[in-house]
Structure formats: structure tokens, C-alpha cells
Design a protein around this ligand. Structure first.
Ligand SMILES: [Zn+2]
Length: 459
């Protein structure tokens, strides 16, 4: 056989192998990096974040029971200011961003609400550019603050970190994203009533449910701007926590049975949203590690993502790695020469910038992605060491360029391998006995939907 013949045969073999692979697991994968998202990430400004937090602190208290009529002090003035800022950002949106004060009455309960009180969430909505895409993504923080006594509506309660930091993230994202195009609708919210009992988020979660929104993700940011724990002597602005519930709060008996059988207690939609945030955030933002908290919130705590979880939505909470309790829920005072109180001087705006960027990258990547695949199943008719998966293309939104199959060992915390396919089925040379799988839809720029776990299908 001549060299040439050998070469031709080899070439033909390679082409055949390539063809085979492209039809199975190795189709040309899309890009994994969107330059426009990187540009948005780079526009997030630590100086802007500082200005926003300082302005919120200037209202002296934002306690939910503080004045709603004073022009300079209290929750009313703070709400009006957030609304006016959103309206400024909305000018760049070509009419797509609208701003509302969503008012609601909280009934007096004799505990943290002495008598009926009107509260309001400030909401900026950036309408999606694709009329066929009905998805909604929320990013949120809470505007209200508190002093040592949760009922004290008079004392100074600067709430720089808790939670002007979270609201600053929301506002800075609204500013950067207002002029950009996203097929999905993005909602930016400053909640009220968190400290009195999660009233603003409960109001919104119930409204979302009642109005039947296709809400795919909630990113809640609460206490996200301090990187120093004096108590522990730890200074770390390279790690941030994202908490997520393991399995849905509203899981049915049947779903629970299946979950126990599959061992998928670590793969609820919120948990996979947290993994998505880690993967996307760490792709676009340098010097930040997203640490996955495998519980719904910090020990025995809850937050504005909780009511969304209770209604069955994927919702996670971002919080700084090392909280400083001398500067959280504390009256502003000096004791033995030590300063207490939630003041701006104890914050780290470079850290807050990175945390904002992680939220932005997550929301932008998801907002530009196709809808998630539907009816994702793993075939169980034959005993085999391979894994057969199949699914339907999403019925709504843009047509995916293909799908990523995510895979990890059952004891791995994050997805450690992925395959790209163009078809809506695949046979993988890995056993479903030893791995977890999930499928996400992707477009040509690599924007990916949230992953969907397969359910057993007998056929
Ligand atoms: Zn808080």
C-alpha cells in the first residue's frame, strides 16, 4: 500500500469517525463566552456602588415603619429615590424599561407589625425583546433596614451592608443592562418589609403565582458587601456564598418518592440555579469563587428568596463569606472605643463590584438563552452500561443551536463534564448507575438554559 493510499484510507476513517461523533456526542460546540456580557461585567463600577450605598445611608433609617412622608428621612424618601434612579436608567431602554411602586397593605399582627401599614416594592421591568419568550428573571435586595430593636423605627439604622449592598447590586445591574437586548424579561426589585417578616417578597411571590408568570430564577442579594470579619481576623474578598434549598419546598409526595429512588436530593431547581451561578459567575468574573451553601440560607435563617421557594420557584441567596455581626442589626454607637452599627466605612466596594458582576453575568447569560428543554427523560427499557437520554426542543422562545448534556459523579458537587449535541437524543458511553445527568439548551453563542434532570422513561 502506497503512502498516499494509506493516507487516503486514514483520512476516510477519520472522516467517518468524525461524522459518527458529530452525530453522537461531539458536535461542534458553541462559543462559551459572550463578549457583550463581558463588556457589561466590565462596566460595573465600585465607585457607583459606593455612591448608591452612601445615598441609601443618607436617609438615616429605612425602617419599614419609619416615615413615608418626610422628604429626607425614612423609608418613603428612600423608595422615591430608588424609583427616580430606575427612571433615569430607563431612559436608555427605548421604552422597554418601566418602573412601578408596587404597593400592598400588611395587616397588623401585634408583633413586628403593630397596626396595618402600607408598604411598597420598587420594581423596574426590562421587557424581553422576543415576544415568543415569556421567561422572567428577578434580581432583588431589600431596601428596609433596622437597628438593634427590630421595632425601633426612630433610631439611626444606616443598613449600609444590610441591605443597601443588595439594593445597590440591583440598581447597578439595572443601569448597565437597561440599554441591552435580552429575549427574556428582567425584573429588578427593591423589597420592603424584609426585617419585619419578608413581606415584600411574599407579596411579590404570591402575585407571580397568581398571575402565572414563567419565573425561571430569582437571585436574592442580602448582606453582600463586607469582606472583613474582625471577630475571626479574616479578610477575604475572593469568596462569596450562594445558598440554595436542596429540593423544592412544594415537592409532591410522588416527586419525593422519585427523588428518594434516584438519589437526586442534591439536584432541586434552586440547587442547580446555584451551580449555574457558580459556573457563569466564575467564567466572567476574576478573583471570585462562588461557594455553594448546601442549605436554604444561613443556619436557622431565611430571606427574600424563601417565599419564592415556598411557591415552587428556583430562588437562591447570595451573602458575603464572613459576616461581621458588630455591624449588622446594631445601633450606631461606640462602646469601649469600639464602633458598632451598619456603616459604609466597614464595606468593601471592590468586593461588592465582583458580587454584582456575578449576578449580572448569571442574569445576562440566562436572559439570552433559549428556554429549557422539555420532557427530558432517561430510557430504562434495557439494562445497559450506556445512558440513553431524550427530550423535546422547547416549545417557546428561540430555537436552540443544540444542547449540553451535563454529567457528574454522584458525589461531585458541580458538573464535571459536558457534551454538546444538536439532536434531541443521545447515547452516552457512561453508565447512569454511576453519574447524574442533566440537559440544557444552548444558542450559538453558548448562552445556556438552566439544566433539567431527566426522569425515567420506559420505552
Ligand atoms: Zn437583610
Amino acid at each position: 500500500m502506497t503512502y498516499k493510499t494509506k493516507f487516503t484510507r486514514l483520512l476516510a476513517l477519520c472522516m467517518l469517525a468524525g461524522l459518527y461523533l458529530s452525530q453522537t456526542v461531539a458536535a461542534q460546540a458553541p462559543a462559551t463566552h459572550d463578549e457583550e456580557i463581558q463588556k457589561m461585567v466590565n462596566e460595573v463600577s465600585a465607585d457607583n456602588l459606593r455612591t448608591l450605598v452612601e445615598k441609601m445611608v443618607s436617609f438615616e433609617t429605612r425602617h419599614s415603619l419609619s416615615s413615608t412622608t418626610d422628604k429626607k428621612r425614612g423609608i418613603g424618601a428612600a423608595r422615591e429615590w430608588v424609583k427616580s434612579e430606575f427612571e433615569k436608567y430607563a431612559k436608555a431602554s427605548n421604552g422597554r424599561m418601566t418602573v412601578d411602586m408596587d404597593r400592598y397593605t400588611v395587616k397588623g399582627d401585634g408583633r413586628r407589625i403593630p397596626q396595618d401599614v402600607e408598604m411598597a416594592n420598587v420594581v423596574a421591568t426590562l421587557k424581553g425583546t422576543d415576544p415568543k419568550d415569556d421567561r422572567v428573571i428577578i434580581v432583588a435586595g431589600h431596601l428596609d433596614s433596622r437597628a438593634t430593636d427590630v421595632m425601633d423605627a426612630k433610631s439611626k439604622a444606616p443598613g449600609a451592608n444590610d441591605d443597601a449592598s443588595g439594593v445597590a447590586i440591583v440598581m447597578e445591574m439595572a443601569r448597565v443592562m437597561a440599554s441591552r437586548q435580552f429575549p427574556a424579561t428582567l425584573v429588578f426589585v427593591a423589597f420592603q418589609g424584609e426585617e419585619q417578616g419578608l413581606y415584600g417578597s411574599r407579596h411579590m411571590a404570591e402575585r407571580v403565582k397568581k398571575e402565572g408568570w414563567n419565573l425561571v430564577a430569582v437571585l436574592n442579594n442580602d448582606i453582600v458587601g463586607n469582606s472583613y470579619s474582625a471577630e475571626m481576623g479574616i479578610h477575604d474578598n475572593t469568596r462569596v456564598r450562594v445558598f440554595s434549598e436542596a429540593t423544592p419546598s412544594n415537592e409532591t409526595e410522588e416527586q419525593a418518592r422519585l427523588r428518594r429512588t434516584l438519589g437526586s436530593e442534591n439536584d432541586g431547581p434552586s440547587r442547580n440555579l446555584a451551580r449555574y451561578m457558580k459556573m457563569t459567575g466564575e467564567t466572567y468574573v476574576d478573583q471570585i469563587e462562588v461557594v455553594l451553601g448546601y442549605r436554604p440560607d444561613r443556619f436557622l435563617r431565611g430571606g427574600d428568596h424563601t417565599p419564592f421557594n415556598q411557591q415552587g420557584y428556583a430562588a437562591v441567596r447570595m451573602s458575603e463569606m464572613n459576616e461581621d455581626f458588630d455591624h449588622q442589626h446594631q445601633d450606631v454607637r461606640k462602646e469601649n472605643g469600639k464602633q458598632y452599627g451598619d456603616l459604609t466605612e466597614f464595606m468593601d466596594f471592590e468586593y461588592l463590584r465582583k458580587n454584582t458582576a456575578v449576578n449580572l453575568a448569571t442574569m445576562a447569560n440566562l436572559g439570552r438563552a433559549p428556554h429549557a428543554p422539555e420532557k427530558v427523560g432517561v430510557l430504562t427499557a434495557n439494562l445497559t452500561n450506556k445512558t440513553d437520554l431524550k427530550w423535546d426542543a422547547p416549545a417557546k422562545g428561540k430555537k436552540p443551536a443544540g444542547y449540553y448534556i451535563l454529567m457528574r459523579e454522584t458525589s461531585s458537587q458541580t458538573w464535571d463534564k459536558k457534551f454538546f449535541v444538536k439532536d434531541t437524543k443521545v447515547t452516552l458511553p457512561y453508565s447512569k448507575d454511576n453519574y447524574f445527568f442533566a440537559v440544557q439548551a444552548a444558542d450559538e453563542l453558548g448562552h445556556t438554559s438552566l439544566p433539567v434532570l431527566p426522569v425515567p422513561v420506559r420505552q
